[in-house]
Design a protein around this ligand. Structure first.
Ligand code: HAM
Length: 422
């Protein structure tokens, strides 16, 4: 996927904000390989899921081993913890990642074959306090990104103790509609009937509306867990809807599942999906270690920010552009610009050899905030005209005072952007 220069400021802003929020919640970053053994995703994500059956980019290496470009991050994080002996670290272990993922899906707005996720995972706690905390992290990040209308949908899909009876209840219910269900759901009836609840086909949706609900079939422990989660979310003042159609598309979930849905961004409106997966670490060869987490799709966050009218400005916009005429002035411009950049100030000058007029046009194009005009006379006088581009006001400034002036100006702007979002 190409992300062009005019698009990167918003990506950088999301990444910076995600890291900042994750840090405040005590999460550390983990990085892991872009591809893993196919077996990891088949076992981790689940053989019967759409991701494993239809969407993986799988290839064979020179030694005939099968690898897959990661379709998500959770299975890889679990693999990494087990492989690096981290399952006995001080718990809870709180990790986050910013990764690209690959799924062979039909591309549309908010859905691409290479996409990017910000994800978090917490290991070593079965308490619903942890579920509430990761939901709070997601909620905080969404509101800091200015995505006001994101709504939280939660559900509980039970555990290995209550799931079998629920599966049977679902099978019993859907069997009466075998002829009406879509072809995919007909095969899901045997392999994974819960996935029928997630089907987007209008006919299946209508049938699913009357299906037995997970929350009516929870064992007492799962019911208590879900009740406690709701209490904690209410205490944290995070609004939520219990939505029994949320079952998630990956096999590892147990108990809590949740999604944040954004309005106004089309059909692919789930900006964040996650839940608890208490059996996965064991399934992949580690100890019994409860866990939960979520992932957000960055492109969908961008669409939601646009829908909310959030605009992020490029950091590359220079504070000062020096337009120069003559060899000596060009060298002096380079000298001043280098000194300002060393002080952390964004400054620019001609590096192409343009005429003065073309330089002024260029300064306008890159939206420099100030322009300084430097020629032989200015060099001799040690002073030059400084134009504030916003209102074209011009003042004279000693060249020796430029560093001090722009240091103060940069500090003012950074304070203003922190307090007023300018
Ligand atoms: P997921 O629901 O498959 O969950 O993906 C999480 C998010 O990634 C989605 O809500 C969506 O925003 C984004 N996403 C997924 N597919 C695409 C695509 N093709 N194009 C653009 N964005 C996409 C997981 O991946 C789990 N690993 C989340 C998790 C972490 N659960 C526990 N821990």
């Amino acid at each position: 996927m190409d992300i062009l220069p005019e698009e990167t400021p918003v990506w950088q802003y999301i990444e910076k904000t995600a890291r900042s929020v994750a840090g405040r919640f005590g999460f550390s970053e983990i990085r892991f390989p872009t591809f893993e053994s196919t077996e990891l995703f088949a076992r981790g994500v689940g053989d019967t899921t759409d991701v494993v059956q239809k969407e993986m980019y799988t290839f064979t290496d020179r030694e005939g081993r099968s690898f897959t470009l990661r379709p998500e991050g959770t299975a890889s994080v679990v693999r990494s913890l087990i492989e690096n002996g981290r399952c006995s670290d001080t718990m809870p272990l709180r990790l986050y990642y910013l990764i690209n993922c690959f799924r062979y899906e039909k591309p549309q707005a908010g859905r691409s074959r290479e996409f990017f996720q910000f994800g978090t995972e917490v290991f070593g706690s079965a308490s619903p306090l942890t579920d509430a905390t990761i939901i709070s992290l997601a909620h905080t990040l969404l509101s800091e990104l200015g995505i006001g209308q994101g709504s939280l949908h939660i559900n509980s899909i039970g555990c290995p103790a209550c799931r079998p009876a629920y599966r049977e209840a679902l099978k019993g219910y859907f069997s009466a509609y075998t002829d009406t269900l879509c072809e995919t759901c007909r095969s899901r009836l045997e392999t994974n009937p819960m996935r029928i609840l997630d089907c987007k086909s209008p006919v299946c949706r209508e049938i699913a509306a009357g299906a037995p609900k997970t929350i009516d079939h929870l064992c007492p422990d799962c019911a208590d867990h879900f009740a406690a989660l709701k209490t904690y979310l209410t205490a944290e003042k995070i609004p939520f809807t219990v939505d029994t159609s949320i079952v998630r598309g990956l096999d590892y979930y147990t108990r809590t599942v949740f999604e944040f849905i954004a309005e106004g961004i089309g059909a692919q409106s789930t900006v964040c999906g996650g839940g608890r997966y208490d059996g996965l670490v064991r399934e992949l060869g580690g100890p019994a270690l409860p866990a939960c987490g979520f992932a957000m799709g960055i492109t969908r966050l961008i669409l939601a920010m646009e829908a909310s009218g959030v605009k992020i400005e490029s950091d590359a916009r220079p504070l000062l552009y020096i337009a120069s005429m003559g060899e000596a002035a060009k060298a002096k411009a380079l000298e001043i610009v280098a000194a300002l950049r060393r002080r952390g100030i964004s400054a620019d000058c001609d590096i192409v050899g343009r005429s003065l007029k073309a330089q002024m046009k260029y300064a306008d194009k890159i939206a420099a905030r100030y322009t300084l005009l430097l020629g032989d006379n200015e060099l001799a006088a040690g002073r030059a005209g400084l134009r504030r581009m916003a209102d074209s006001t011009q003042t004279e400034i000693a060249l020796d005072d430029l560093a001090e002036f722009f240091t103060a100006e940069a500090a003012y702007r950074s304070e203003a952007s922190r307090t007023e979002g300018l």
